[in-house]
Design a protein around this ligand. Structure first.
Ligand SMILES: Cc1cc2nc3c(=O)[nH]c(=O)nc-3n(C[C@H](O)[C@H](O)[C@H](O)COP(=O)(O)OP(=O)(O)OC[C@H]3O[C@@H](n4cnc5c(N)ncnc54)[C@H](O)[C@@H]3O)c2cc1C
Length: 419
């Protein structure tokens, strides 16, 4: 490891991994720092699966148009080659163990260096310029410099350390979308539409009579690549702050109670679950929404509804505005018409009050509704790819010096869809 890099990426989720790989491929010296032992972020430690839809259909020809392309397409193709993803229906399930291996391979091929099991604890600044990050790991505490930094921490942790302004949750009361501890059950026999309907009917009865405490309105289950293993994205913890350590601890405890509530409900009432086993829960509770930076531009619900086009757009998306109620029960959706999508400008990646810092992933500058759409893993990967290329183009790390026409040209050459 060196004392100084061209680019330091903090966080190895889809955004951070894509940022490090794309910058590494452009010949920059890159260090990715991640607190866990792999990349993949929420996909790996929250067990989030599958990839939500990242394509639309041409209303006339009915042909599929992929929206998250470029590096994300390569990840999906290589996952398939390794047996880590198969067929897609509405969404694409994948094997996170294969993903961890693949992202290591792709990062090392790109020349990026990795520093795992390392927590970034602070920054040293000179004016609006970040000089270095402080890190803590098994070797002790140290400091590493870079010309440019990318905050891909999901919670905008690096931006907060650098003193950049941000918003938390929805505008009216700062409540965030619920936290969810995902889990998997193995040994389930014959899960199909009929069983799903029976589960939901009884769940509603149990909830009405107070036997089920989980406030979620239904049971959200996904099939996995393994026949008898089901994935549950169904616990729901509301009205707690994902950026407050005591609240997060309470959330972990409540969610684990909900896991057992659901597991027991299924085993006790459905023969298909009688011999099932709880094989895994996420390493930590999943956070859909927390801080969003206050950037040079804030993407809004109106931008999404009008399918806005921006001159400096660097990514596109049409995933529905998918809001799990921050208050309790209910999930609201706004689905985009066939063939329509919105664009995301480069300015959403630029935090105010920082000269050499970009942000990528679910904490870019967006309002509550816009974040509810762009937060999916495919879009986070496209935002990361754009951030990695932009940081590579930034003169002396100055992210406002980036020629966005040049950035968009490189993204297009790499197969990304930017408008
Ligand atoms: C319960 C739940 C269900 C979801 N369902 C789906 C779904 O079905 N499909 C879909 O496509 N999307 C889904 N999403 C959304 C999606 O998973 C996330 O929004 C997306 O993965 C975020 O990617 P990211 O790269 O921005 O952040 P993350 O994946 O959160 O990565 C951030 C990384 O930064 C690291 N980090 C943070 N702080 C530090 C620090 N100080 N030092 C070092 N490292 C640090 C973290 O360890 C982490 O690896 C879901 C999310 C949740 C929570």
């Amino acid at each position: 490891m060196k004392n100084k890099y061209d680019i330091i990426v903090v966080g190895g989720g889809f955004a951070g991994a894509a940022a490090a790989i794309s910058a590494g491929r452009l010949g920059k010296s890159v260090l990715l720092i991640e607190k866990y032992n792999c990349m993949g972020g929420a996909a790996c430690y929250d067990l989030v699966n599958p990839f939500m839809p990242y394509a639309t259909t041409d209303p006339e020809s009915g042909e599929r148009i992929d929206l998250s392309c470029g590096l994300f397409t390569e990840i999906v193709d290589r996952l398939r080659q390794l047996g880590g993803a198969k067929n897609e229906k509405r969404s694409l399930p994948f094997n996170e163990e294969v993903l961890k291996y693949l992202l290591n391979t792709m990062a090392l091929e790109s020349g990026a260096e990795l520093l795992y099991q390392t927590y970034v604890t602070g920054v040293r600044k000179e004016g609006e310029r970040i000089k270095s990050v402080m890190i803590s790991n098994v070797s002790g505490n140290s400091e590493i410099e870079a010309d440019c930094f990318i905050d891909a921490t999901g919670d905008a942790n690096l931006s907060v350390m650098a003193g950049c302004p941000y918003r938390l949750g929805r505008e009216s009361d700062n409540l965030c979308q619920p936290m969810t501890l995902c889990f998997r059950l193995a040994g389930v026999k014959g899960y199909d539409a009929d069983l799903k309907a029976r589960i939901n009917a009884l769940y509603s009865e149990y909830q009405a009579s107070g036997k089920i405490k989980n406030p979620r309105e239904n049971v959200l289950i996904f099939k996995t690549l393994v026949g008898d293993i089901l994935h549950f994205n169904t616990t729901r913890v509301v009205k707690l702050d994902p950026t407050n350590a005591e609240d997060v601890t309470k959330a972990e405890i409540i969610a684990r109670e909900q896991v057992f509530e659901m597991y027991n409900f299924l085993r006790e009432n459905f023969d298909e679950f009688k011999d099932s086993t709880l094989i895994s829960t996420g390493i930590q509770i999943g956070v859909r929404e927390s801080r969003m930076i206050d950037g040079e531009y804030t993407l809004t619900k109106d931008d999404l509804l009008s399918c806005a086009r921006f001159d400096d757009s660097i990514a596109v998306c049409n995933y529905d505005i998918d809001i799990h109620s921050p208050d309790g029960s209910g999930t609201s959706h706004y689905y985009f018409p066939h063939g329509e999508y919105y664009t995301i400008p480069y300015r959403c990646l630029i935090p105010k009050n920082a000269e050499n810092l970009l942000v990528a992933g679910r904490c870019v500058s967006a309002d509550h509704d816009a974040q509810a759409s762009l937060r999916i893993m495919p879009t986070c990967a496209t935002l990361g790819e754009a951030a990695g290329i932009a940081a590579s183009l930034a003169l002396n790390g100055n992210i406002r010096s980036v020629d966005t026409d040049e950035l968009r040209k490189i993204l297009k050459e790499k197969g990304a869809k930017v408008d």
